[in-house]
Design a protein around this ligand. Structure first.
Ligand code: FAD
Length: 166
């Protein structure tokens, strides 16, 4: 079982198997026993009858899962009411709590839960929740050595669209 993948990242295993939603596709493929990374395009037999092949997309790796999940999370923040009712505030707290427990990348989920414990979810307004989500995302950005996002701009990125000079 290799410890590191071709991307240089440590390979994450669960129950002795590489975890698809915790690794990049490249690392996952290399770590799968007997399934070394295959070329994306296999040479075509130009003499074979033409058949329409479905676009067979693979299950998501840690990056696609993350990108899609942040899109959902920030979009939920963008549609959260400016002045939420007590029930709406409870709902969003419950959602974030359940999300943090069922997120498919288990080690991402563990860290997200720890973050929530230290930094209580802010649900009093859209602005508060959107900023909280942005800070939570920045915590992961820092962990991965990525650039931090300016949280004053979260609404332009996820709700209103960019103003002319950004
Ligand atoms: C809860 C959670 C925990 C995660 N934990 C890990 C982990 O431990 N290890 C790991 O490898 N991956 C983790 N991921 C995935 C990781 O955060 C990225 O989604 C993934 O690496 C793909 O990154 P990306 O460069 O495409 O941009 P992403 O980080 O997915 O961001 C998508 C877009 O959001 C915008 N954006 C960036 N930062 C912010 C911000 N702070 N606020 C608002 N908008 C922003 C940018 O426009 C960016 O293009 C986690 C994902 C989630 C949802």
């Amino acid at each position: 079982m290799p410890e590191f993948g071709p991307t240089g990242r440590r390979i994450i295993y669960k129950d002795g198997k590489p975890c698809r939603s915790c690794n990049t596709l490249l690392d996952f493929q290399m770590a799968m026993p007997g399934k070394a990374a295959r070329p994306a395009v296999i040479a075509a037999d130009l003499t074979a009858p033409v058949t329409v092949v479905e676009d067979k997309q693979c299950p998501p790796d840690v990056e696609l899962l993350g990108r899609s999940s942040w899109t959902l999370l920030h979009s939920i923040a963008a549609s959260y009411p400016a002045n939420p009712s007590p029930i709406q505030q409870e709902d969003i707290k419950t959602f974030v709590s359940i999300f943090s427990r069922i997120y498919p990348c288990w080690f991402c989920a563990d860290d997200f839960q720890a973050y929530i414990k230290k930094n209580e979810v802010q649900v009093k307004s859209q602005e508060a929740f959107g900023k909280w989500m942005c800070e939570a995302h920045n915590e992961v950005n820092r962990k991965l050595g990525k650039k931090e996002f300016d949280c004053n701009l979260w609404q332009q990125r996820w709700k209103d669209g960019w103003k002319g000079d950004n």
